[in-house]
Write a protein that binds this ligand. Structure first.
Ligand SMILES: [Zn+2]
Length: 266
């Protein structure tokens, strides 16, 4: 029998009970991408491993790789994001991000930048207070657009998809399938090609640009006019649905961020 072990930093992104007392975990790592492993006895009370395998932390893992499965043999917590774990809104938001990552990544497909991105988001959340529901939705949209870019779907927000000229105010339309903006001249010249475009507002485009390009602190300060924000969320959802296999039918901001009460203090 040959044993191989793997030592890595990791952020647990999801876990589920399996058999009587075990849990199946999935975690994001810098070197190996997403890994899936068993935690034996993880559901027994006082299980030491389980305590350290809570999400919202960076852990040092040691995993034994068998032919059919991997089993964790040691865990040490390196850094905790306790504010993310303790502020319920933050936690729901982080779980939404992790769910999106889990759904759209394959096991052991290394992507160091994706790990660094998730780490940066958690670090950012850990140092701020809770926001309004709409702000969370905007942030989740920002996360989603950046994540899609990692998957190879970079939406065109600056230049025309057809002629490559810079997009000018009030002279563009949107094409979800082709992924971005097209100038009205091209739409006029190539009618058949651009039959499925729709009109979107300048403010919505600004929100998309900001969401994808700006620093976290700018995202917190951004003004979020509700009508444009709603359009932006719809567009992000449409992009996911259109381009990313197995995207959920349910808009990405629903279901997890359940704080759906009245949209006040945006
Ligand atoms: Zn054009």
């Amino acid at each position: 029998m040959s044993w191989s072990t793997l030592k890595t930093k990791a952020i647990v992104i999801t876990s589920q009970p399996i058999r009587e007392v075990d849990r199946l975990y999935r975690a994001l790592t810098p070197e190996y991408g997403k890994v899936s492993f068993m935690g034996r006895g993880a559901r027994k009370s006082k299980a030491k491993l389980a305590a350290h395998l809570e999400p919202f932390a960076v852990v040092d893992l040691e995993i034994v790789r068998g032919r059919r499965s991997m089993t964790v043999i040691s865990v040490e917590r390196e850094e905790s994001f306790s504010n993310v774990a303790n502020v319920v809104e933050h936690r729901l938001f982080a779980q939404s991000m992790m769910r999106i990552i889990d759904r759209h990544t394959h096991v052991e497909d290394p992507d160091r930048d994706l790990y660094e991105d998730l780490y940066a988001w958690l670090k950012f959340l850990d140092n701020v207070e809770a926001f309004s529901t709409w702000r969370y939705r905007f942030l989740l949209s920002a996360f989603t657009l950046r994540f899609m870019e990692r998957l190879g779907y970079k939406v065109e927000l600056r230049n025309c998809l057809s002629c490559q000229e810079q997009i000018m105010p009030l002279s563009f339309r949107w094409h979800t399938g082709k992924g971005g903006l097209v100038c009205t001249d091209c739409v006029k010249d190539e009618k058949q090609e651009w039959i499925d475009t729709k009109s979107v507002t300048q403010e919505m485009v600004m929100l998309l640009r900001m969401a994808r390009e700006n620093q976290f602190n700018d995202l917190l300060a951004a003004r979020l006019p509700l009508d444009h924000l709603r359009q932006m969320l719809d567009i992000t959802h449409e992009l996911m649905q259109y381009h990313v296999p197995f995207a959920s039918e349910i808009p990405f901001w629903q279901g997890v961020l359940t704080l759906d009460s009245v949209p006040t203090n945006v």
